[in-house]
Ligand binder design. Structure first.
Ligand code: SAM
Length: 275
């Protein structure tokens, strides 16, 4: 027997019925092709936790796919009231497996939605993707997996290895706590309306323990100072942290003439431990 979700009207009809003209301020670029959203859902599997949290379900394309691919329970956080109304038939068809939580994802404590660990799957509103991800990776131990569609440029920064221009604070923060993989790209034409840039599905798999010992805030202070002046040698870039930056770097076994983008995450952690 077919799933009642498959009997729902096509997403284009849902959008027309609820007058869901995309709002740029809310980063609304909708995915309407169920084959594609099911591909995203399958890439997020296996379902590692009882609860999948989706940020920004919009008209529900990815939400339908998550449910059809067997996610045990989906809690979808959405701030656009028009979308919340449009999701009601999907909630009814999901038979209790979908909860829509009205609110701002930036201000929603996931612990008020469900106990950890949380699995996140989302086509993120691009304007808030970076702060959301930074907040999640800072508490990576509470997540079973994070699989999100972001601008390709953000995915590249998340996954960057030392030595290139894309390697920076975001790379260190993410990879210190998670292993990061770029899964596949999705071109602008797949979205309504099409964004200007290519998107990439990225997976952040929390590590059992951080890559090296460090205090998060100290690590952030070191990477902020180092990458704020990324073209300078570290002995100059780290002066705001230590008047004797040269000696500190040498005590950590790091050549003071190196630049931030050449340092491994373990080396940044060694510097954070000196703070
Ligand atoms: N998941 C849908 C899809 O794939 O078609 C929509 C994705 S669209 C890129 C981003 C969604 O996030 C929109 O539905 C938008 O209303 C919602 N959104 C934007 N800012 C938000 C916020 N601060 N908190 C929760 N949802 C937000």
């Amino acid at each position: 027997m077919s799933d009642p979700i498959e009997a729902l009207p096509p997403l284009r009809e849902v959008i027309a019925q609820h007058d869901l003209a995309a709002r740029k301020a809310l980063g609304q670029n909708f995915l309407l092709d169920l084959n594609l959203t099911r591909k995203i859902a399958r890439a997020a599997m296996p379902w590692a936790a009882d609860t999948v949290i989706e940020i920004g379900p919009g008209p529900g394309g990815l939400t339908r796919a998550l449910l059809l691919e067997g996610a045990p329970r989906v809690i979808a956080v959405e701030r656009d009231e028009r979308c919340i109304a449009a999701l009601q038939p999907l909630m009814a068809a999901a038979g209790g497996r979908l909860i829509v939580h009205p609110g701002d994802a930036l201000e929603t404590e996931f612990a008020t939605l469900a106990p950890p660990p949380w699995q996140v799957v989302a086509n993120l509103p691009y304007n808030i993707a970076t702060p959301l991800i930074l907040n999640w990776v800072a508490h990576a131990e509470q997540f079973s997996r994070i699989t999100v569609l972001v601008q390709k440029e953000v995915a590249e920064r998340l996954a960057a290895k030392p030595g290139g221009k894309t390697y920076g604070r975001l790379s260190v923060a993410a990879q210190w706590r998670c292993s990061v993989r770029m899964l596949f790209d999705i071109g602008p034409k797949a979205f309504v309306p099409p964004p200007k840039v290519t998107s990439t599905l990225v997976e952040l798999q929390p590590r059992v323990r951080p890559l090296a010992e460090a205090d998060l805030h100290k690590l952030e202070r070191v990477t902020a100072a180092a990458f704020n002046q990324r073209r300078k040698m570290l002995r100059a870039a780290l002066k705001p942290l230590w008047a004797d930056a040269d000696a500190r770097l040498q005590s950590a076994g790091i050549d003071p003439t190196r630049r931030a983008e050449t340092l491994s995450i373990e080396e940044f952690c060694a510097l954070a431990r000196l703070l």
